[in-house]
Ligand binder design. Structure first.
Ligand code: AMP
Length: 448
């Protein structure tokens, strides 16, 4: 299996430190607000990657950190009057609920920054002892000049390191040095005692303290959105390799492309900001999952109602085909000649840096090639196809079973359904979605 690593900018044979085992860390959210569909994109991608690795026989241990102390949390706490830790717990809970709704359930351990302050303090102390970090009046900083390899992940140089997420940095040796520990500035902010006075961790150190504690100084794969390559992941490498003297900290760096909305960056000011909760009022979680996986994880993805409806249709086509396979899959497995090339294409694509769009195209190849002849297929052939599609559904985290339609008695529902079809044919999705969601709240499930 080949996996692209941002570190080498090439696809590498996926060789892990321990055979058949993958230690995977993905940067988790900063919990100050509800998760949005961009988070959904990134975490659905990594959930599917984990599912596929497990399907291939790897035992995967997947850790995600929860950034529950950060400037954004402190600012939101001040605005809302909710204490920072209470606010963080609330949004952490809502984040995990949202992920479960998206069938993103592969994380083995959520590690909160504030539960790992001891490990953070320990790592900072070792960086100071080894001469890589120094204390100032407002914090402890990593001295970038002491680590000449800084920049190897992002190919950027020290000059480009903005003082990201750092506050009140007046006394650093070099403007690019980044904070490991921030001493208290305000009275009403959460702090922890440390050898350098009360304060809180810098953003980058939480991840390396957590991964060193659970995985050691070197592990297999690290993921996140590509906005995190610089400076966050660069700083992680710098901290960990400096403190351990071992490189590489991680061989496989996997970065997801950004999700945009109708071609624009999602932002509150542009009024195109969509939370997962809002999305799921109008669309099935599986439709969104299928939409996300129809693009390669490293490519940018453009969210629009049109493309979501396209995904709905595609998923529906697979479901209709699946329904034609009127057999039950049992213990016995069978081969099917007509299936073989498509199955191979599916797995070859997944083995090629988790190329889900190509893998999905293989499913449509299978459908196009066999749909009209299924009547002439033996039960064994149909079982082989169905078992394969069950595996595909599991890997993609969707279901191909047609959901129960709890149709009412009645002509009225038929009428509404016809009106919706016309609306959809005219691309009046807002209205048709509203009718569906209103019907849903009345207990009627409509499956397009
Ligand atoms: P944050 O909560 O902003 O720290 O982000 C948590 C994770 O979601 C990071 O890996 C980000 O790169 C990722 N992320 C944030 N916004 C988007 C987006 N619009 N598209 C894809 N991934 C995103």
């Amino acid at each position: 299996m080949d996996v692209y690593s941002t570190l080498t900018r090439s696809k590498e044979d996926f060789v892990t430190i321990n055979k058949n085992r993958v230690n995977l860390f993905v940067c988790g959210p900063t919990v100050y607000d509800d998760a949005h569909i961009g988070h959904g994109r990134t975490y659905i991608s990594f959930d599917t990657i984990k599912r596929y690795l497990e399907f291939k026989g790897y035992a995967v241990f997947y850790i995600q950190n929860i950034t529950d102390i950060d400037d954004k949390i402190i600012n939101r706490s001040k605005e809302s009057g909710i204490p920072a830790q209470e606010l963080a717990r609330k949004f952490e809970k809502r984040y995990i609920e949202d992920m479960n709704k998206l069938n993103v359930n592969g994380v083995n351990l959520f590690a909160r920054a504030t539960d790992h302050v001891d490990e953070i303090l320990d790592q900072i102390q070792r960086l100071i002892d080894k001469g890589f970090a120094y204390e100032t009046e407002d914090g402890v900083y990593f001295e970038i000049d002491k680590f000449p390899e800084f920049g190897k992940l992002s190919n950027r140089n020290v000059e480009e390191l903005e003082s990201h997420r750092d506050i009140a940095e007046t006394t650093k040796k070099n403007p690019q040095d980044f904070a490991l520990w921030k001493k208290r500035v305000g009275v009403d902010e959460p702090t922890w005692p440390s050898p350098w006075g009360d304060g809180r961790p810098g953003w980058h150190i939480e991840d390396t303290a957590i991964t060193e504690y659970y995985f050691g100084p070197q592990y297999d794969a690290h993921g996140g959105g590509l906005d995190l390559i610089f400076p966050h992941h660069e700083a992680e490498i710098t901290q960990m390799e400096a403190v351990s003297g071992k490189a590489p900290m991680v061989k496989f760096w996997l970065h997801t492309g950004f999700l945009n909305v109708n071609g624009e960056k999602m932002s509150k000011s542009l009024n195109n900001f969509i939370t997962i909760r809002d999305l799921l009022k109008d669309y099935a979680a599986e439709t969104f999952r299928f939409f996300v996986l129809s693009t390669h994880y490293r490519s940018p993805i453009d969210f629009s109602k049109d493309s979501l409806h396209q995904s709905e249709k595609s998923l529906d086509r697979i479901r209709k085909y699946y329904e034609l396979l009127d057999v039950s899959v049992g213990e016995d497995s069978f081969e099917c000649e007509a299936l073989a090339p498509h199955k191979k294409e599916f797995f070859d694509s997944m083995d090629d840096d988790f190329n889900t769009p190509k893998a999905i195209a293989a499913i449509f190849g299978l459908i196009n090639d066999t749909k009209n002849d299924l009547d002439s297929f033996s039960d064994e052939d149909k079982i082989a196809i169905k078992a394969f599609l069950d595996d595909v559904a599991h890997i993609l985290g969707v279901s191909f079973e047609t959901e129960e339609v709890s149709a009412g008695s009645d002509d009225l529902l038929d009428l509404i359904s016809e009106v919706r079809s016309e609306l959809r044919a005219n691309k009046q999705y807002d209205l048709s979605d509203k009718i569906r969601s209103d019907l849903q709240s009345l207990g009627y499930e409509i499956n397009d």
